[in-house]
Ligand binder design. Structure first.
Ligand code: ADP
Ligand code: MG
Length: 720
């Protein structure tokens, strides 16, 4: 049974070096060569057509048919000149990942290559295989994909890929991109209105995202020899290696050469696709790494992240490697997140979260800063829900990942500024006063990006000129958390503006009105601020005292979406209707159930078909040995003791697996999806996963290494 494991290990030692061809050190020479974006449109379209397209993109307007035809024709010529044979509408269904359906340019009837504007603008994929959370059964069976011209087309392999949204014929959105685009529009509108209190020149505000992607790399043969990694994306069994993370030498160590070659290779592919990858380094756990791009507008950044994950998977194949994006693939080691660095930037080029030395600009900065803290305070449960997935549950709240409790870290300097502003709450400001000085906000230091003032345990941290939403999971699509974040900030900004206007109407001076509202927000949102160690037990207790939620599992965390407050929020800003929110929550519960089901099955199969027989075979060897010793009159107590221990663990495993199967039968009869998800969480995952795993991992230590069927952590994780 251990044969597969040893064959895989043998393959590992025979891996040839993969040649990576970087023909020029100047990335600028080929960056974006496979992108058909604004610049390529400018170069290939008639000036009048180009003007129409670029204006429509900027103002989120519809593109007329003649213009679409011209774009399609130019894009086709560009793509074919680069060897393309097909085009596809590329979209992001709620299952996670990306989906596409390829059509050839070649039209056999006409005998030529064709690509019409209507095909660019709209396509009909087979929607029946994508989840719709009941929308489809009650409403319209079919859906269509529609071109998102704000994200550039790209050539992927031999296919021209067109970023699209996925919508049902009755108008409900069926993907993650459509609500994101709406949330980005909402925050643009709300933020621009607030900006105009300070600067009338500001016409648009763009949200930006830089997502740091963490991942594990393992050899593909070893990966294939672990059915749990293949089926569930994480190892359900496996004892910690003797040398785990304790040494913490991986973080600063050099990147293993196989991985280094892989990194260089996928970076080249990413650059060609216009993905601005920039940083590469080791992460904390063995075989864990990170790639971070330069930030971009949220929608494009997220498309790029989705595409990057795909590129990494494909390039890894060439290197006989396998990439694991799962949030917690290996127990006892750090998990993988996707830190979402986020800010708002005006069309005049001002980062609204960057403090400056100008007092006036700082009031605008403080407005956005404090309003964001307040938004997180008001909607912390929704933000928590936005990152809830079955996989992320293993990571959040584990002792080396952001806690499931939402809080905001501001850093000592900004905390001091806010405290000061609050303390001076009663300072009366008269017309003609130097308000900034009186309030102690005349000199907000330009915050130096000081690495010591970083709190890596916070799920949502201010990092000098941006917020970093750290709780997002490594395999997740950022669109969902970004939709939530941008919508709640839009909402809070709307409230802010209304409150300020109310004071102004009462005769208050504008600047004073702004400060008054901010002071009120500081007081009201104090509970959400936490500067200490988010991993500590003290924080769990403190948070409970403050009344903050600590929702450790997805089935319960998702309930926040169905609160009236959340549903109204999304509807008010045109992001999602009540029906859409309900459908999406249903889909996410269903997906939770499926994933727990898969893991339970994998666990059962591996335990009963691989682990138990191996343990029994080994036990038989020991029994022979014990009998032999007894025959010779030698003390066999130690061997007998081991035999008993093994029996004990086998018993635990067999009972656990049997009960788990019975429980699943019972739970599957529960018709309510929410209740079924909770039952899968409480009565399957929480009740059995740990105890079965613990028994298997104990057996791994007892059974002869030669017999053990599963590739061990130490073999998986120490790639050279
Ligand atoms: P860390 O110290 O958190 O690892 P990095 O510099 O590696 O920080 O990554 C930070 C990420 O934040 C990068 O993707 C970077 O482009 C992004 N970023 C920087 N400034 C902004 C901003 N104003 N808005 C959004 N993202 C930003
Ligand atoms: Mg970071």
């Amino acid at each position: 049974m251990a044969q597969l494991r040893f064959e895989a290990l043998k393959r590992l030692s025979e891996r040839p070096k993969v040649h990576v061809d970087l023909s020029t050190p100047f990335v600028s020479k080929f960056f974006g060569e496979n992108v058909y974006g604004i610049e390529q449109m400018r170069a290939t379209l008639a000036p009048a057509v180009f003007k129409k397209v670029s204006q429509a993109i900027k103002n989120h307007e519809k593109i007329d048919e003649a213009t679409a035809d011209a774009v399609a024709s130019a894009a086709k010529s560009w793509a074919i000149s680069k060897g393309a044979t097909h085009f596809t509408h590329w979209f992001q269904p709620m299952t996670g990942g990306t989906a596409e359906k390829h059509d050839s340019f070649f039209d056999a009837l006409a005998g030529i290559e064709k690509f019409k504007g209507s095909e660019l603008v709209q396509q009909e994929p087979d929607a029946s295989s994508f989840p719709s959370g009941g929308i489809r059964s009650t409403f319209e069976a079919r859906g269509y994909t529609a071109w998102d011209p704000t994200s550039p087309m790209f050539l992927y392999g031999k296919t021209l890929s067109i970023p699209t949204v996925f919508v049902s014929y009755t108008g409900e959105t069926l993907d993650t991109k459509a609500p994101l685009l709406k949330a980005l529009k909402a925050v643009d509108i709300a933020a621009t209105q607030v900006c105009q209190l300070f600067d009338k020149d500001i016409q648009h505000v763009v949200a930006s995202l830089g997502s740091e992607q963490e991942y594990f790399v393992v050899d593909s043969a070893l990966f294939q020899a672990r059915p749990d990694l293949v089926m569930a994306g994480r190892s359900v069994f496996g004892h910690s290696p003797a040398r785990g993370q304790q040494m913490e030498d991986h973080y600063f160590g050099s990147i293993p050469s196989r991985v280094y070659d892989f990194m260089k290779d996928f970076e080249i592919e990413a650059w060609k696709l216009g993905i601005p990858v920039r940083t590469r380094h080791n992460e904390v756990a063995p075989s864990q790494f990170e790639v971070a791009p330069l930030f971009e507008e949220v929608n494009v950044a997220n498309d790029h992240n989705q595409l990057l994950m795909d590129v990494m998977n494909r390039v890894a194949e060439k290197h006989s490697l396998k990439i694991i994006f799962h949030e917690k693939p290996f127990a006892g080691l750090n998990g993988s997140g996707k830190h979402n660095n986020w800010s708002l930037i005006t069309d005049t080029g001002v980062n609204l979260y960057a403090p400056t030395s100008s007092a006036r600009d700082n009031l605008m900065f403080l407005t956005f800063f404090i309003t964001t803290v307040k938004a997180v305070h008001e909607y912390s449960d929704l933000l928590r829900a936005s990152i809830a997935t079955q996989a992320n549950d293993f990571r959040l709240g584990a002792n080396e990942a952001p806690p499931a409790i939402m809080s905001v870290f501001l850093g000592s300097q900004m905390s001091a500024v806010l405290d000061e502003l609050e303390k001076k709450g009663n300072v009366k400001i008269e017309k003609g006063d130097n308000m900034y000085m009186k309030l102690g906000i005349d000199q907000i230091p330009e915050i130096i990006l000081d690495a010591t003032d970083r709190n890596r345990t916070s799920p949502f941290a201010f990092t000098g000129n941006k917020f970093e939403f750290r709780a997002v999971g490594g395999s997740d699509n950022c669109a969902t958390p970004m939709t939530a974040l941008n919508t709640i900030v839009a909402e809070q900004l709307t409230h802010f503006l209304a409150a300020v206007n109310k004071e102004i109407d009462k005769g208050e001076e504008k600047r004073i009105a702004i400060v008054n509202v901010l002071r009120q927000y500081i007081k009201e949102s104090k509970n959400i601020r936490f500067e200490g160690d988010g991993y500590s037990d003290e924080w769990v207790q403190e948070a409970a005292k403050r009344g903050l939620s600590n929702l450790k599992n997805t089935p319960r965390a998702l309930e926040a979406y169905l609160q009236k407050k959340s549903m109204d929020l999304f509807e008010k800003h045109g992001v999602m209707s009540h029906k859409e929110v309900e459908a999406r929550t249903e889909i996410r519960w269903e997906s939770y159930i499926k994933r727990v089901q898969i893991e339970a099955r994998v666990m059962g199969d591996l335990a009963m078909n691989h682990i138990v027989p191996t343990a029994i075979a080994y036990q038989n060897k020991l029994i022979t040995n014990a009998n032999g010793l007894a025959g010779l009159g030698i003390d066999n107590k130690a061997v007998v003791q081991t035999i008993k221990e093994i029996s004990g663990y086998i018993e635990i495993i067999k009972n656990g697996v049997r009960e788990m199967v019975e429980e699943r039968k019972r739970i599957n009869k529960i018709t309510d999806t929410h209740k079924r998800a909770i039952a899968y969480c409480d009565d399957i995952k929480e009740k059995y996963f740990e105890s079965i795993r613990d028994a298997v991992d104990k057996l791994e230590l007892l059974v002869d290494d030669e017999d053990w069927p599963l590739v061990k952590y130490r073999e998986l994780l120490f790639l050279r």
